[in-house]
Design a protein around this ligand. Structure first.
Ligand code: ADP
Ligand code: MG
Length: 344
């Protein structure tokens, strides 16, 4: 017979439950970076610095200049299902913050050693919180800039199995760069810096628009092949850039889709974009597409998966049609991005 610990069914203890639940939110170092940047954006930060060591496995430090937290909120932030963003399930019909599940900080703290220092502008002193998988270890007053900094060390030290399944350092770093890049595209007015093992590997200064971000992050050659796209219907407003059919890739690495500021992956959207090109794309090739959708949150279910990377849309057919039409119109216009915008 198989070797199953007996006897019978039992309810798991709290710390085991937390580690299992954390696996849904914190898959890899990049998931920590994503959750913490989401929080900084929700806190209205305009400057977000991400500093990692060992591709995030050794440490991840995120410093923002957002609203910060009161002493009381700082003491609650790491509790499971503790959030300042919604009160009831109905609020999901109008939620525009990136977070709302109140899970990220609790999950991260159950699989890593976490320290947070935070201060609200109006408070004289800040708060320092130290947490590990056994819970809140200490909370004290501390000097701090206005805003929040969170340090996450020894990720997955409590879950060696998860640690073992991490990919190479290079792959984990690529995932982190991807996360920061997507946030930078989606929020051009926020300045992002990514520092890896002491070296600045990405910097996206603020106060520029989507095109400036694309030029900055993907280069002038990609930008030269881009066609602006704008589309508006009762249901959805859509803006961004797609490429001439001549600029394609074998994968979708030149594609980024955002719904109400949230980076999402969507087969529906990717397919609709391709359909808009009709027969212009070589087989197995993908165009560039950087598209921002604004849709009434009532039509977007973001509560499909803990990471919120997948969303469910009502009125899928109309949205698909809007995308196809928008792509067709953009291609027909053959307006390229003006050279002056690229080499200014
Ligand atoms: P959620 O984002 O879903 O609310 P989290 O576990 O990510 O849940 O965060 C819990 C709460 O901690 C947030 O609702 C917010 O009030 C507070 N918080 C987290 N990070 C920050 C930050 N960088 N600045 C200000 N408040 C924060
Ligand atoms: Mg959050």
């Amino acid at each position: 017979s198989r070797d199953i610990p007996g006897p019978g069914i039992r309810v798991l203890d709290e710390s085991t439950i937390n580690k299992i639940a954390a696996g849904e939110v914190v898959e890899r170092p990049a998931s920590v970076v994503k959750e913490l940047i989401d929080n900084s954006i929700d806190a209205n930060a305009t400057d977000i610095r991400v500093e990692i060591r060992g591709s995030g496995t050794k440490s991840i430090i995120i410093v923002d200049n957002g609203t910060g937290m009161s002493h009381k909120d700082a003491s609650l932030a790491f509790q499971k299902h503790a959030t300042s963003k919604i009160n009831s399930i109905e609020d999901l019909n109008s939620v525009l913050t990136l977070g709302f599940r109140g899970e990220a900080l609790a999950s991260i703290a159950s699989v890593a050693k976490v320290e947070m220092v935070t201060r609200q502008e109006k408070d004289i002193s800040g708060t320092k919180v130290v947490v590990d998988n056994s819970g809140l270890r200490s909370i004290s007053s501390a000097g701090s800039h206005a805003g929040t900094s969170i340090s996450v060390e020894d990720l997955f030290y409590t879950t060696p199995a998860r640690r073992k399944y991490l990919k190479s350092m290079r792959t984990e770093l690529a995932h982190i760069t991807d996360v920061v890049t997507r946030h930078a595209i989606s929020y051009p007015d926020i300045s992002f810096t990514l520092i890896s093992d002491g070296k600045v590997i990405m910097r996206s200064p603020s106060s520029h628009d989507l095109l400036d971000s694309i030029i900055h992050l993907y280069g002038a050659d990609v930008a030269r092949s881009l066609i602006p796209l704008e589309f508006e219907s009762d249901l959805v407003s859509l803006s961004g850039y797609i490429s001439k059919p001549q600029l394609t890739r074998s994968g979708n690495d030149l594609q980024a889709f955002f719904i109400n500021g949230r980076s999402i992956s969507s087969k529906l959207i990717g397919n609709a974009v391709r359909l808009g090109y009709y027969t212009l794309l070589p087989k197995g090739r993908y165009p560039a597409a950087f598209l921002k959708f604004t849709i009434d949150p009532i039509h977007v279910d973001v509560n499909v998966h803990p990471t919120k990377r997948e969303v469910r849309l009502s009125h899928e057919k109309e949205i698909e049609l809007a995308i196809i039409t928008a792509v067709e119109q953009a291609l027909a216009s053959t307006n390229l991005v003006p050279e002056a915008r690229i080499t200014k």
